[in-house]
Design a protein around this ligand. Structure first.
Ligand code: SF4
Ligand code: SF4
Length: 133
C-alpha cells in the first residue's frame, strides 16, 4: 500500500478510516448504517465548537473521538496486547491513535515511564554507618 503521512488529528484519522472502510466513497460513509460501529458518530466532519468555552468543548470532542478509536482498535485486534502489537502503521489510519491518546501524549508517558530514576534507598541505621556506635 502507498505510504501516507500521519494524520494530524484523531477526528481526521477516524474519517479517513471510514473512507477506507467504504472504498473511498464519501456518500457510502454518510449513509453507513452500522450504528454499532464505535466510529459511527465520528464518520462525518464535526463543526468546531463555537462560543465562549470552545476550547474546552473542542478538547472534550477530541477525547471522545480518541475513546471511540480505542474501542474500534480493541474490537479489531481483540485485546489490549494485540492493539499494542498491531503492525499496521501507515496501512491503517487509526494506528497512531490506537492507544486512545494523542501520539505526543503517548510518547511523553513512555518517556517518563522509562526515564532513569535515582534509587531512593532508606538511610542505614546509625550503628551501621562508618564510625557509628
Ligand atoms: S462507521 Fe464503522 S462501518 Fe461505518 S464507515 Fe465508519 S468504520 Fe465503516
Ligand atoms: S490500528 Fe491496528 S488495531 Fe487499530 S483498527 Fe487499525 S489495524 Fe486494527
Amino acid at each position: 500500500m502507498r505510504e501516507r503521512a500521519p494524520l494530524r488529528s484523531a477526528p481526521l484519522a477516524a474519517r479517513r478510516f471510514c473512507l477506507d472502510c467504504q472504498g473511498a466513497s464519501p456518500g457510502a460513509v454518510r449513509s453507513c448504517a452500522d450504528g454499532d460501529c464505535p466510529l459511527w458518530r465520528w464518520r462525518l466532519p464535526h463543526l468546531p465548537p463555537a462560543g465562549g468555552n470552545a476550547r474546552a468543548a473542542g478538547a472534550a470532542l477530541s477525547r471522545a473521538v480518541l475513546r471511540a478509536i480505542r474501542r474500534q482498535c480493541l474490537a479489531c485486534a481483540g485485546s489490549r496486547w494485540d492493539v499494542r502489537a498491531c503492525a499496521a502503521r501507515e496501512d491503517c489510519a487509526l494506528w497512531s491513535y490506537r492507544f486512545g491518546v494523542r501520539p505526543r501524549t503517548y510518547r511523553e508517558v513512555r518517556r517518563r515511564f522509562f526515564a532513569p530514576r535515582e534509587l531512593d534507598l532508606p538511610l542505614a541505621p546509625a550503628s551501621a554507618r562508618p564510625g557509628g556506635a
